[in-house]
Design a protein around this ligand. Structure first.
Ligand code: MG
Length: 250
């Protein structure tokens, strides 16, 4: 199933996307799928970010080839950082190039959307806490990331976490293609099977530290091929079995 958040006549809501129709839900899908009876043609709604996370837990250098291109070695354990919830934008929303940065990068990633409150998840038991998957762009002010001792500023600007276009709940995410295009030109092409730490291991590792809540998102790391964007560029992240997330840089 595909789930969206959408806006129609200044009213925002969760919905199930069925072909070209959005079936409105009575509340978020995490506590059960309850339809309220209203339906809208997809063309008449504006898609919003499909989740409203309290936090985005992101993983640094989780693909060996990307760790190699960064030239900083691969961390022995998952390297966690947080992006604030205020980073999140949806399909078609603009990424704002900060005036104080001079190097803005895309990072195409698989986003895991959590479906229930969880802590201390045991190995092999993460499937029950995953709601679904979405495309994610871990937009990064690379110059600021490198000049600071940590990544909060470089990864934390408003609009730096596009997600969408929807959440796919029926995906085997172990081996799906991930591709990032800049103005239609392929810049990253890999598969999630090349992650160093898989999704189950990441959820166990993260929930040893912090409780994850419904709607929270894990950004599972980017493959090799990172590069910069300019104002006016259009960036796309496409994940096999999900779809295409498209945003413009302004
Ligand atoms: Mg990243």
């Amino acid at each position: 199933m595909k789930f969206v958040r959408a806006m129609y006549a200044d009213d925002s809501f969760y919905g199930e996307l069925c072909g070209q129709t959005v079936k409105r839900l009575a509340h978020s899908p995490y506590s059960g799928i309850v339809y309220d009876g209203r339906e809208y043609p997809l063309a008449l709604v504006r898609l919003l970010a499909p989740a409203e996370p309290t936090k985005i837990v992101a993983i640094g250098k989780n693909y060996r080839a990307h760790a190699d291109e960064m030239g900083e070695g691969q961390p022995p354990e998952p390297l966690l950082f947080l992006k604030p919830s205020t980073c999140v934008i949806g399909f078609g929303d603009d990424v704002v190039y900060p005036d104080i940065s001079h190097r803005l990068d895309y990072e195409g990633e698989l986003g895991v959307v959590i479906g229930k409150l969880c802590r201390n998840v045991k190995s092999g038991e993460s499937a029950s806490v995953i709601f679904g998957y979405t495309c994610l762009n871990d937009v990064t002010a690379r110059d600021i990331q490198k000049s600071d001792m940590q990544w909060t500023r470089g990864k934390g600007f408003d609009t730096f976490c596009p997600i969408g276009p929807h959440i796919e709940t029926e995906l085997d995410a172990m081996n799906v293609s991930i591709e990032t295009r800049l103005n239609g030109e392929v810049r990253q092409r890999s598969t999630t099977s090349l992650m160093t730490h898989g999704i189950d291991a990441l959820i166990c590792y993260i929930t040893q530290v912090m409780t994850l809540l419904p709607g929270d998102i894990i950004a599972t790391g980017t493959p090799e091929g990172i590069g910069s964007m300019q104002r006016g560029d259009v960036v796309e992240v496409e994940i096999g079995g999900i779809g295409v997330l498209r945003n413009r840089i302004v």
